[in-house]
Design a protein around this ligand. Structure first.
Ligand SMILES: Cc1cc2nc3c(=O)[nH]c(=O)nc-3n(C[C@H](O)[C@H](O)[C@H](O)COP(=O)(O)OP(=O)(O)OC[C@H]3O[C@@H](n4cnc5c(N)ncnc54)[C@H](O)[C@@H]3O)c2cc1C
Length: 383
């Protein structure tokens, strides 16, 4: 017997949970499925760009009023592998909070709005039935479970479920590895620090309770032979940036916070729809350098929940639902992705040692590096 719902959302990260909250709030029977148990650590720089503030307010999530005290950041320091440095103000206050805490808060919010969250449940297949209905197959321990709904939303991050066809044409060929660990003992002012090294970059930024996030994006080729554990990979990366090695030596990894993700491939085009809508990383994997992935996750989930609500209420038909969300997602994210990819290419260019010099010669370039990757005003509430 299939369990019935109006909406099944696959993936209870930032995108899925915020979308579930919005749809449940509108009275739609919403079930959120995730293969993991929560709270959990997640590979992420845990830097919430200034743009996320407006969307979190809209969702009723007020991080600064919480028991856990997140950090604030107002500038960035970029350190090249040869020691040169760029300092740039951020275009607003950014927030540092662990995904362990953030996702926990978003879950609470979704449940309070009436969504049901089912964890430890791995989706293995999605079929389209006649009459615009979907069937979702999942594994819960040794048991197989089945759901049926009018709407399915893919919020499963960069790894699609096993039974779902690949859409490799939307992603680059270069394969990356992402790693993260919390550190204690590193004192950091209100800034995010980015260190370039052979094969990628490492970000260091403050999160809650005096803890610091250290996260890296490295090409798979560059980590071959570095060792398998997250501290080993981070140590190997720091060998090609002396200032990074000195910074990391100030602290100690916090045990139990190390996670990694591979293989990772950056998008070259948004992919908002296959047989059903995608949101967050499932729709678009942005180069993490920009620290904007969570902003895209929140923004796409708000766009998608808006059109899905209209569809479920019968105000638009299936074709309009697909067309409108696809159009709006492409319009919102294509230009951002193009600029973020340009930054990523600069960051990975062998000549990046020259950028501090260029930045001094062209006033405003450093701020451009930070600003160019930002989403424009979201227009929430004006739709
Ligand atoms: C190294 C690195 C650093 C980053 N730093 C930043 C940063 O500083 N700031 C920022 O904004 N962004 C950053 N990002 C990007 C950010 O982490 C993502 O954009 C964001 O997590 C996307 O959220 P999401 O909800 O789409 O996906 P996720 O948070 O990945 O959630 C997807 C969920 O789907 C579940 N799932 C997957 N498959 C299945 C299945 N088959 N069945 C059931 N459940 C499934 C997973 O368990 C997971 O919980 C970084 C990414 C990397 C790799």
């Amino acid at each position: 017997m299939s369990k019935q719902a109006d909406v099944i959302i696959i993936g209870a990260g930032v995108a899925g949970t915020s979308c579930a909250q919005q749809l449940a709030k509108q009275g739609h029977r919403t079930i959120l499925l995730d293969r993991q148990s929560f709270p959990r650590h997640k590979t992420c720089g845990e830097f919430m760009s200034p743009e996320t503030q407006e969307m979190l307010d809209y969702l009723g999530v007020h991080l600064m009023g919480e028991e856990v005290k997140p950090s604030s950041m107002d500038h960035a320091k970029i350190v090249m592998s040869h020691g040169g440095e760029i300092n740039a103000p951020l275009p607003g206050q950014a927030t540092g909070i662990s995904r362990y805490e953030l996702d926990r808060l978003l879950h609470e919010n979704a449940v309070n709005a009436g969504a049901e969250i089912v964890t430890g449940t791995t989706v293995t297949g999605i079929q389209k039935l006649g009459d615009h209905r979907y069937e979702v197959d999942a594994r819960q321990g040794n048991e197989r479970v089945r759901y049926e709904a009018r709407v399915v939303i893919g919020a499963y991050g960069t790894k699609r479920p096993r039974g779902v066809a690949a859409a490799e044409e939307y992603r680059d060929d270069t394969v990356y590895v992402g790693v993260k660990s919390h550190f204690s003992g590193i004192t950091i002012p209100a800034r995010v620090e980015l260190y370039f090294c052979d094969g990628g970059y490492v970000g260091i930024s403050p999160i809650e309770n005096g803890t610091v996030n250290v996260a890296a994006l490295l090409t798979l080729n560059s980590v071959q032979g570095s060792g398998k554990s997250v501290p080993e990979i981070l140590r190997a990366a720091s060998r090609t940036n002396r200032r990074l090695a000195e910074r990391m030596a100030e602290g100690e990894p916090v045990s139990g916070t190390q996670v990694s993700i591979a293989p990772l491939r950056i998008s070259h085009t948004p992919h908002p729809w296959s047989e059903y809508p995608h949101i967050g990383d499932a729709m678009l994997m942005l180069p993490p350098l920009c620290g904007d992935g969570m902003s895209v996750a929140l923004r796409s989930s708000l766009l998608c929940s808006g059109w899905t609500d209209k569809y479920l209420k019968g105000e638009i038909n299936f074709v309009q639902w697909r067309k409108q969300y696809t159009l709006e997602a492409n319009r919102t994210f294509t230009e951002l992705l193009r600029r973020a990819r340009r930054m990523q290419n600069l960051a990975f260019a062998k000549t990046n040692r020259f950028y501090p010099g260029i930045a001094r010669m062209i006033p405003g370039l450093a701020s451009y590096i930070v600003k160019a990757t930002r989403l424009s005003e979201s227009g929430i509430g004006t739709r």
